[in-house]
Design a protein. Structure first.
Length: 128
């Protein structure tokens, strides 16, 4: 869990925290990487510096009558930089999108010019 909390932790510091000497600690981390337990390392970016301080979750309901609607929707969503995450869910709607935009005006533009025009979109419900 130490690596999960701080992906930039040094091997020496990690070895101290887990009670191993540095060499076996590094070997264990490398083995976890090879085995797929550690899939990579990411940076958490401050949305204010990226001019994307407004977080909006959007529930998307698709028109299920169209063939391949889920595949077409997925392909289109992956091209949009404002969408940080896209989750297929069960329940009253089909997808939950996590979006980040600079402000409410930018969200309205994203909704009107992009989200409502994505393949198969029947309805959207935003949540702040």
């Amino acid at each position: 869990m130490n690596c999960k909390k701080d992906g930039r932790i040094s091997n020496v510091e990690l070895s101290k925290r887990v009670g191993l000497s540095p060499t076996p600690c590094l070997e264990r981390v490398r083995r976890l990487e090879r085995q797929g337990f550690i899939q990579g390392y990411t940076a958490l970016l401050n949305p204010h510096y990226l001019d994307a301080s407004l977080l909006v979750f959007v529930e998307i309901t698709l028109n299920r009558g169209a063939p391949d609607v889920f595949e077409q929707f997925n392909a289109a969503v992956q091209k949009l930089e404002e969408i940080q995450e896209c989750h297929l869910v069960s329940g009253d709607f089909d997808y939950l999108l996590k979006t980040r935009v600079p402000d409410m005006s930018a969200y309205r533009k994203l909704l009107g010019e992009t989200l409502l025009r994505l393949p198969g979109v029947n309805d959207t419900v935003p949540t702040w």
